[in-house]
Write a protein that binds this ligand. Structure first.
Ligand SMILES: Nc1nc2c(ncn2[C@@H]2O[C@H](COP(=O)(O)OP(=O)(O)O)[C@@H](O)[C@H]2O)c(=O)[nH]1
Ligand SMILES: [Mg+2]
Length: 325
């Protein structure tokens, strides 16, 4: 008989084989119940999950089950095996943080936004460091073409510009997931809103491929106002093509949608069972982006060949655009 007490808590950190659970203002270290190892990867706990566990005050507690998720962010495996990688759960808003300098990338914003929308979270693009940019309006208008459901704000954490616009998201009980490259200003922004030094800023870019586990830092932080913020390395790297791979992921979301159309040669015009048209109707995909994709005129081949072809054409397209500017 097990006399350990059953409790519920939230996963705030995932390590290789252990989990840190936040429960009653305590941080509890836990492992998985054995039967989890027979489950598919999507059933395993991720940061943000609510779990029930058998509390062991003397050592590791044991996670029994994962509660149903309100949202679940996943991305295609970068090795193109078709396997999904699971990132975080129960995020209400995805803050897509991009600074208004050379970090700004329309394509990356589109990829982040489609991950958020497909996972059931609301994408909120935060254009940071607006103090460094003379033509903010142009960027805001461009981001608005990504999707009807996207929201966009331009801020400067350094000069407290636009921060009041973000108050609507900082409601008690809300969970905010941070996406965006290192140096984009995520930590500075959260500190400015929280009014305290919760996150380290100006951090040096981590060498991410070595897999070395140096510092452990909380991946989910609870602010005093009852808002939780998730900042995991996994979310920062989203959609970053591996160097030297030569593949452009710009339209990965559309290619993924196409694979779900009823007809494999669907032109996304009048065919029934068209996943692309459904995404346009729901606002998950914008008409402008589909037009841009169609204008590339890539043949319906297998996904990998298609991605490679797109890379080639996008590069040619951008070269041409630069020449015209
Ligand atoms: N000019 C300017 N610099 C900023 C602003 N916000 C952050 N920074 C700077 O950008 C650098 C990276 O910020 P940080 O918050 O650590 O980025 P993170 O890696 O996304 O968490 C730091 O040197 C910050 O001082 C801003 O609004 N304006
Ligand atoms: Mg940071």
């Amino acid at each position: 008989m097990n006399n350990h007490q059953e409790k519920r808590g939230r996963v705030i950190e995932v390590r290789k084989n252990s989990f840190i659970i936040d429960c009653e203002e305590q941080e509890i270290s836990a492992k998985l119940k054995g039967s989890f190892y027979e489950e598919t990867a999507d059933k395993l706990p991720v940061v943000g999950d609510y779990v029930s566990f058998l509390y062991n005050p003397m050592g590791d507690s044991v996670i029994q089950s994962v509660s149903e998720r309100k949202s679940f962010l996943q991305r295609p495996d970068q090795a193109k095996t078709g396997v999904m990688q699971y990132m975080v759960a129960n995020v209400d808003y995805c803050f897509i943080v991009t600074s208004l300098n050379e970090d700004y990338s329309y394509n990356r914003i589109a990829r982040y936004a489609s991950i958020a929308l497909q996972g059931g979270a609301i994408p909120v693009v935060i254009l940071t460091k607006c103090d460094l940019c003379p033509n903010v309006g142009r960027y805001i208008r461009e981001v608005e073409t990504v999707s009807d459901q996207i929201r966009v704000h331009a801020v400067s954490a350094l000069y407290s510009i636009g921060l009041d616009e973000l108050e609507q998201y900082f409601v008690p009980g809300t969970t905010i997931g941070l996406m965006g490259s290192s140096g984009a200003g995520k930590s500075t922004l959260i500190n400015a809103i929280a009014g305290e030094e919760l996150m380290k800023t100006g951090e040096v870019r981590q060498s991410d491929s070595t897999g070395r586990h140096t510092t452990t830092h909380r991946q989910l932080i609870k602010l005093k106002n009852g808002v939780s913020v998730i900042d995991t390395p996994g979310m920062r790297e989203v959609g970053m093509a591996r160097t030297g791979e030569g593949i452009d992921h710009t339209f990965a979301d559309i290619i993924e949608l196409e694979s779900r159309c009823r007809f494999s040669d669907c032109k996304h015009e009048t065919e029934p069972g068209c996943a692309v048209k459904a995404a346009i109707a729901s606002g998950a995909l914008s008409r402008e982006r589909l037009m841009l994709y169609k204008s590339l005129g890539v043949e319906n081949t297998n996904n990998y060949a298609k991605m490679k072809e797109i890379s080639k054409r996008v590069k040619a397209y951008q070269k041409n655009k630069n020449r015209l500017m």
